[in-house]
Design a protein around this ligand. Sequence first.
Ligand SMILES: Cc1ncc(COP(=O)(O)O)c(C=O)c1O
Length: 398
Amino acid sequence: MSKSATDYSPIMNTYNRLPLSIQKGKGAYVWSDKNEAYLDFTSGIATCNLGHCPPEVQKALEKQLSNLWHTSNLYHVPKQEELASLLVEKSCFDQAFFCNSGAEANEAAIKLVRAIANKKHKKQASIVTFQQSFHGRTLATVAATGQEKIKAGFEPMLEGFIHLSYNDYQSLQTISELEPTAVMLELLQGEGGVVPTDPDWVKELSAICKENGILLVIDEVQTGMGRTGSLFLYEQYHLEPDIMTLAKGLGSGFPIGAMLAKEEVSAAFQPGMHGSTFGGNPLACTAGIETLNIISEENFLKNVAEQSKFLHSQLETLLDDFSFIKEIRGKGMLIGLEINGNAMDIVNMALEQNLLLLSAGPNVVRLLPPLTISQEEVVSFIQTFTKVLQQYREEEHG
Ligand SMILES: Cc1ncc(COP(=O)(O)O)c(C=O)c1O
């Protein structure tokens, strides 16, 4: 394609972008380049959990901007130590490694598991992951991901991953027999269609891991940072994983990722084995500290529980009127509506009504409102969404 061609773009062709250019954001709203307001029920794909430009995070970032931007990990980074201490205090883990994205956090977890297998067990690592899972777009995380469409075209895949069926008791039998080094999973598959883990199944999975010395790695890139109603989703399942990965909501939109681990596990990493130039950069960690402090405030998660209960109850009322909605599922502010039909049709119709929605797979409409959403905003969402569903019914099912 030549630079003078009418369809030339200086941006590589890796995304199907919707026809909207966003210029500004505040709270639950964004504004287009034509200054039109849109209610944002995507939160930058579960990232802007505190809404757009949360003032406390902005203030802390502005202060850090005039102080120090970057130093590298050749020296101690006090903001990194502060964020690590906070994460450790609020979780069951002992140490943190910082990076810049969810895929990198999972890469770090995969490398740590491999280091343990090589060092402790003197063997090559094998990691069980699940069908329909999503763990990122780097080569290791593509290999870990349980979706063929993500892998296609990038073969040969990195070895060492075994994909088993999710929420399936036969898989547990296989795990006991195989005794892999680790099992890695999302407790609520986000990209794979908003599918929560069965609590009894994961309880048994965790027991098998404990009995056989298999590491339990939880990918909380999408579910972490209050998204599902608790700071981390593993708390709701009463689990004590060995490793957890975070990104997205950790920096409220400032890029940051983290891999947390129990000390006996993280001890396998020694200087020189892993690193990242930008990982744990003072600006990113400042965003993380402020975000974590806000989500940890006494009433924050109580409000999330209240508003998400209200939102779920309002959505339930739509089931009678719109029979093409097969199921509403999810937790907290990570909600999926499985429909008979194409989810992107609804996403496109919503865009025309100034409402931003997401899909998750071909037939699930995904809702990711900011955790700070107000009751009035939920009411406004339900009004617009009802109009969209009516239009969809008329056009597709009429
Ligand atoms: C569960 C999960 N893991 C990993 C990732 C990859 O994160 P990133 O896009 O920041 O690399 C995602 C992104 O959607 C995710 O949902």
